[in-house]
Design a protein around this ligand. Structure first.
Ligand SMILES: Nc1ncnc2c1ncn2[C@@H]1O[C@H](COP(=O)(O)OP(=O)(O)OP(=O)(O)O)[C@@H](O)[C@H]1O
Length: 631
């Protein structure tokens, strides 16, 4: 039954197609006939016109030649022309109509062509139906009879059928497209995943390569940088020796429990250069110090600090005059470094003990004597800390031009116990007061002076100035002495910062003046100035011998040996990491930079040749000067 219905459908559709083609042919026939008819009419009219013209010409000839008196046939000619133009009008209307029908048919034919070329779209049969449907839509004057409607229940109405067939075709096509697109999308997704994986692997490899290359590169750079830094340090040391053997260390103390540890420390050591510190506040402004000789980190123990300074102390036993200053604002840790708590003694006690040890090692024919004196300079007055009755000692000039403090008690110490007791006695007598910044602030400069003298036990001669080992056999009958000054300076705080009044204000002013004079003296020494302003305050007057270059003499029976520049000075500048001390820390860094400057133009080879290194090895010759009468 179904196949029968299908056949009927096909038959019906073929019939429609033939009818359409018939209509087409008829239409074309009609167009041709109309053309021929019109052309015939035109020809006829043209013949009439030609006849008219010929008779007109003949008439004109007659008239010209005088055979006729009037010109005739003119009206006939006009009539012919009007008939002709009427025909033309009719003809053009007809032509337009035919032209429009023809263009519609051409359009149908064109659509069919296009549909036929789309192999996936429709079969020949449906394209014919389409053609038919389109021709039905067109405005061509095809008779209505040529578009029969299919009849019967089994056959769908023609437009619906066409529509459904077209939709089915389109849906299939769309489904195929969708399938294809889906496949492509899956393929693309797989490709994207693969590419991503490959990219990750590539990136990881590149990262590893870059990291290792960069690490190597940085390692090489850092090594080079460190080597350069080392070289710079060596050069700096040479210049320091040429310029008066003044060294500058920084010590940054840890944050105290009373200070807010939520704040970042304002003073930090440069990662790349252990001679540089950065002082910065939370707003980012910062000061970077010029290179000092060393920065002692916060976590260094008292023992470790002493290891850093012990070479300079040992050189005292070799006859050098050594000065170690603790500089810094109040509460920055100066007393902690120099004196220290009982359980963790500072440089003072350790230095004297080391001198003992070294003296013991060298004992043979030589007997070393170690004496300790302690004094403080309070409001420009010198007070003896080991004899409290000496409250205002004076500085005198000896005949050799050396300064001495007559009456200053010097205690000979023979054991560690005696050293500890002597230092404790002096500490007890110090002038301290509670300030806003430190409840136990030192209000004076405290000087612990250690005198080392050596006596030849065979000759019983005590000589000041040079060690036996270095003087050699002609001088074996001599002894020597060296002097070590350990100075805990008073706090360098600015007067405005402490809110000091009355006595405290007076103290602060005296402290500041003497600190500034000390800075000037050290700077003048550094610059090898002719005039060194030792005389401007008690502090620099007391230390004149120890700081000046012609600081001690080697004496024999007839000859004085005067080594140039045999003093060594170390300034330990103390810094607090506390934000409240920022300005004070910056001014301490400024002080360190001032005294730490190295001047290249002034050092002479002569001075270098007579100087010894930190370990005390003499590098040059001594010059001889006429002996002065021995006291
Ligand atoms: N390296 C350190 N480790 C632990 N505590 C320290 C250190 N340095 C200083 N302090 C502590 O900081 C406080 C202030 O130190 P210190 O008295 O030494 O300061 P100062 O600079 O001598 O002050 P001033 O000039 O007022 O005498 C003390 O309580 C001390 O114990």
């Amino acid at each position: 039954m179904d196949s029968h219905v299908g056949e009927v459908d096909i038959f019906q559709q073929c019939k429609y197609i033939h009818e359409v083609e018939l209509v087409n042919m008829k239409l074309q026939m009609r167009i041709l006939e109309t053309h021929i008819e019109t052309k015939d009419r035109l020809l006829r009219n043209l013949e009439d016109i030609i006849d008219e013209q010929e008779s007109r010409i003949a008439n004109m000839e007659d008239f010209i030649q005088g055979r006729a008196t009037t010109y005739t046939n003119r009206s006939n000619m006009l009539r012919g022309i009007s008939v002709l133009s009427l025909d033309f009008g009719t003809l053009s209307e007809e032509n337009l109509r035919l032209k429009s029908a023809l263009s519609q048919l051409q359009k149908v034919a064109r659509v069919n062509e296009i549909l036929e070329t789309d192999e996936d779209y429709e079969s020949d049969m449906t394209s014919n139906e389409d053609r038919f449907a389109l021709s039905r839509d067109s405005s061509c004057s095809v008779p209505r009879s040529v578009s029969p409607q299919p009849t019967g229940d089994v056959i769908k109405p023609y437009p619906q059928m066409v529509q459904s067939m077209r939709e089915e075709g389109q849906i299939k096509k769309l489904q195929r497209c969708a399938e294809k697109l889906k496949n492509e999308k899956d393929e693309l997704r797989r490709l994207a995943i693969d590419t991503k994986d490959a990219f990750s692997v590539c990136m990881a490899e590149m990262n590893m390569m870059l990291t290792s290359k960069t690490t190597d590169f940085f390692r090489v750079l850092i090594e080079r940088y460190k080597a350069e830094m080392e070289k710079r340090k060596q050069l700096h040391n040479q210049l320091v020796e040429l310029n008066g053997n003044i060294r500058v260390f920084y010590r940054i103390r840890p944050q105290l429990a009373s200070e807010s540890d939520s704040q970042k420390p304002v003073v930090v050591i440069d990662d790349m250069d252990n001679g540089v510190v950065h002082v910065s506040n939370s707003s980012g402004s910062r000061k970077t110090s010029a290179g000092a000789d060393k920065v002692i980190p916060t976590d260094f123990s008292q023992d470790q600090i002493f290891n850093e300074v012990s070479p300079i102390i040992t050189s005292c036993i070799d006859g050098y005059n050594v000065c170690i200053f603790a500089y810094g604002h109040t509460g920055s840790g100066k007393t902690y470094t120099m004196d220290g708590p009982v359980e963790m003694p500072g440089i003072n006690q350790r230095a004297i003990m080391q001198l003992f040890e070294t003296a013991k090692e060298r004992t043979g024919d030589i007997k070393y004597d170690i004496k300790v004196a302690m004094m403080e300079i309070y409001n420009e007055k010198i007070r003896d800390l080991l004899n409290t009755s000496n409250t205002n000692l004076a500085i005198r000039q000896t005949e050799e031009g050396k300064s001495s403090i007559p009456g200053l008690e010097e205690v000979t110490v023979n054991s560690a116990q005696e050293v500890t007791e002597t230092l404790a006695r002096g500490r007890k007598n110090k002038s301290v007061a509670a300030t806003e910044a430190n409840i136990e602030s030192s209000r004076s400069h405290v000087i612990v002076r250690v005198l080392v003298s050596a006596t030849n036990l065979i000759t019983k001669v005590t000589t000041v100035g040079e060690s036996f080992e270095e003087l050699g056999s002609p001088c074996l009958h001599m002894s020597f002495s060296g002097r070590l000054n350990l100075v805990d300076l008073a706090g360098s705080e600015r007067v405005s910062q402490t809110n000091a009044t009355g006595q405290l204000l007076k103290e602060a002013q005296a402290i500041n003046k003497s600190l500034s004079e000390l800075g000037n003296v050290v700077l003048a020494l550094r610059q090898n100035q002719k005039h060194i302003p030792f005389r401007n305050c008690q502090l620099t007057r007391i230390l004149e011998d120890s700081l000046s270059e012609f600081s001690f003499h080697v004496v024999s029976e007839n000859i004085h040996f005067v080594p140039d520049g045999d003093s060594k000075t170390l300034v330990i500048v103390h810094l607090s990491p506390d934000a409240k001390s920022l300005n004070e820390s910056i001014s301490s860094v400024n002080f360190a930079e001032k005294i730490g400057q190295v001047f290249t133009k002034s050092g002479t080879m002569k001075r270098e040749s007579t100087r010894r290194s930190m370990t005390g090895i003499t590098t040059g010759q001594r010059r001889e000067i006429p002996a002065s009468p021995k006291k």
